[in-house]
Design a protein around this ligand. Sequence first.
Ligand SMILES: [Zn+2]
Length: 140
Amino acid sequence: MELSDKRYLEIDQALMVFSFRQIQALITLANLLNVQGIKIEEVEEFIKAKRKIEETNEQQSRDFEVRQKEAWDKHAPHCPVCSKVLLLRQIRIPKGKGNIKGYTSLWFCEGDGCNYEKYGYEDVEIIYKEITEGTYNADN
Ligand SMILES: [Zn+2]
């Protein structure tokens, strides 16, 4: 299909803000939609729905984090030095040169100027679960 000079200029004007790459992407997309029988209006609806799903997911994960933090503050053990809520980290270094005693867990304090640390052999995943559920028993 050969364009007339007039048509060429019209299209050039209409698309001048787009780069070659964008126009190429448009052609690829338009061909794909055509082959799949998808209308541009459907793509717009799809984008709206997808955005909504992502927003809902983000909100849910924010809510989850807030609930987890609340549960942690409520049920996690406190620092014996400064009484701030302790944090827990899993130690992934296998027993050996970098972890001579083969520790699997580290309770630590982020209190101001407090360097409390307690290494242990606890299963961090289970403790997280128990603290979130409020069933953790720090009797050690
Ligand atoms: Zn402390």
